[in-house]
Every structure is written in structure tokens, then in C-alpha cells.
Design a protein. Structure first.
Length: 264
């Protein structure tokens, strides 16, 4: 039992090391350093407010607040940014750290969790700044915000699983690294982040609505904009997709463990 606890403690220590390094290295060469964690969401909020609510005067149905569309948009963009960063960065995780994997007995599953944790920390900072913005514009913040935690974690788990699959395959198929940004860009426009489902043609609306990413983003936007807590059925596709992707990543990792280390 002591050896088992020792192994777990060692894994947690390594994950913590990678998280610290990730957060430190992110802006190491920048003069403002970690301040960019606050500047970037502030700029996003300011630009979206100015462009979409002031210049374009975009409005959401059933919401009278003049900044309602901006709130809808920022909630989606912040969450999508976290998802896409996790997926994109994990797609090249193993090849980028080939030197470490040659020197140390690193696991295939635990160390990449550091990317998820660091991106969730950055998202949390962004959401805190977003919450202050909502208070300043007198937009209500209700209990539905707490439901976002489960949805965000589900989306992060889906991104982690998909990222592991892409990262494992990228060791043998380097072109995957080029493909992932294209898939992320396509996913952005096929998910109702900058638009609502009702503006789509009827034939396309059902396809987009069936996406697990649409379920996750819609649940978060509904919680932020309309203070609605999503039911389990509203995110059932996201939950099922996350479980399936996790099982595939687990089986693929176990099957390719030796081959990945040899290829690196």
C-alpha cells in the first residue's frame, strides 16, 4: 500500500511540475509576464462589447439587455478557447517532449493532464474577469453559474481524451499536427458560438444541434445569459462522447505504449 501511495504521490508531483512549468513558460519572454492572463480576457470583453453591441447592435431574442449578445458571445468564446487550446496542445505533446520520455519513465496519461489544469486555471481567471464585467453592466449572476463547472469539466475531459488520441497517433502520422488546427477552426464555425441555432437553415440546424460541443456550449451560454440550469438530458450527448473518447484513448494508449516510446 505504501508503494502504491508513493507512486500516486510521484505522479501528482510530476503533474504539478508540468503545470508550474507551463504557467511560467507561457509568458516567460514577455515583459508583462503573467499579466497577460488578465489583459487578454479584458481585451476580448472590451472589443466584443464595442464591436457587436455598440457598432453592430446585435441582439438576442427574448433578452432586452443591449449587451446580451456580447455576454452570449464571450461565454462561448472563453469556453471554446479552453477546449481548443487543450486539444491543439496535446496533439503534439509526445513528440514535443521526446527528450523527456527518453530520459524519464513518464506515463502517457498523467503528464498531459498538466495542460488541462493550466488551461482551466487560465479559463478561471477569464471567467472571474467576465463576472466582474457582468456585475458592472448589471447582468444577473445566478446559481446556474455553478452548473457551468460540471459542463466545463466535461468539455475539458473530452478535449483531453481527443488530444491524447491525436497526440498518440501524431507520433506515427506527423500530418495530424497540421490537421488539428483545421478541425478546430471548422469546429468553431460548426458550433453556435457567434450565432444562435435559430438563424441556421432547418436542414443544418438538426446536424449542428446534435453535436456534443453544441450541447456543452449551449448549456454554458444558457447558464450565463438566461440563468438556466441545464438538465442531464441537455448534455447527454456530451457525456456519452466524453466517455467513448476516454475509453478509446485508454485502449489506444495501452496498445501503443511500447511503440510510442520506441518511436520517440
Amino acid at each position: 500500500m505504501f508503494l502504491a501511495w508513493s507512486r500516486h504521490a510521484d505522479r501528482l508531483q510530476r503533474i504539478g511540475f508540468f503545470v508550474r512549468q507551463d504557467l511560467v513558460d507561457r509568458y516567460r519572454a514577455d515583459a508583462l509576464g503573467a499579466a497577460w492572463n488578465f489583459i487578454q480576457p479584458l481585451m476580448t470583453i472590451a472589443l466584443f462589447s464595442a464591436v457587436f453591441s455598440t457598432l453592430m447592435r446585435a441582439r438576442l431574442p427574448n433578452l432586452d439587455h443591449e449587451l446580451g449578445y456580447t455576454v452570449y458571445l464571450i461565454a462561448g468564446v472563453l469556453t471554446w478557447g479552453c477546449f481548443s487550446q487543450i486539444l491543439g496542445r496535446l496533439a503534439g505533446w509526445y513528440r514535443d517532449r521526446a527528450g523527456l520520455y527518453k530520459k524519464l519513465r513518464l506515463g502517457l496519461f498523467a503528464p498531459p493532464l498538466s495542460v488541462v489544469i493550466s488551461e482551466l486555471i487560465v479559463l478561471t481567471i477569464g471567467l472571474c474577469i467576465f463576472a466582474v464585467f457582468l456585475l458592472l453592466i448589471d447582468h444577473p449572476i445566478g446559481w446556474a453559474w455553478f452548473s457551468m463547472v460540471a459542463v466545463v469539466l466535461l468539455m475539458a475531459a473530452l478535449a483531453y481524451s481527443l488530444g491524447l488520441i491525436m497526440g498518440l497517433l501524431e507520433v506515427f502520422l506527423p500530418d495530424i499536427r497540421r490537421l488539428v488546427p483545421l478541425l478546430v477552426q471548422l469546429g468553431f464555425w460548426l458550433t453556435p458560438i457567434v450565432y444562435t441555432l435559430d438563424v441556421l437553415p432547418h436542414q443544418l440546424r438538426g446536424v449542428v444541434a446534435a453535436s456534443p460541443l453544441t450541447e456543452g456550449l449551449h448549456a454554458i451560454q444558457q447558464a450565463v445569459v438566461y440563468n438556466r440550469v441545464p438538465a442531464l438530458a441537455d448534455v447527454s450527448g456530451l457525456l456519452a462522447s466524453t466517455l467513448i473518447a476516454s475509453l478509446i484513448a485508454l485502449m489506444l494508449g495501452r496498445r501503443l505504449r511500447k511503440a510510442v516510446r520506441d518511436a520517440l
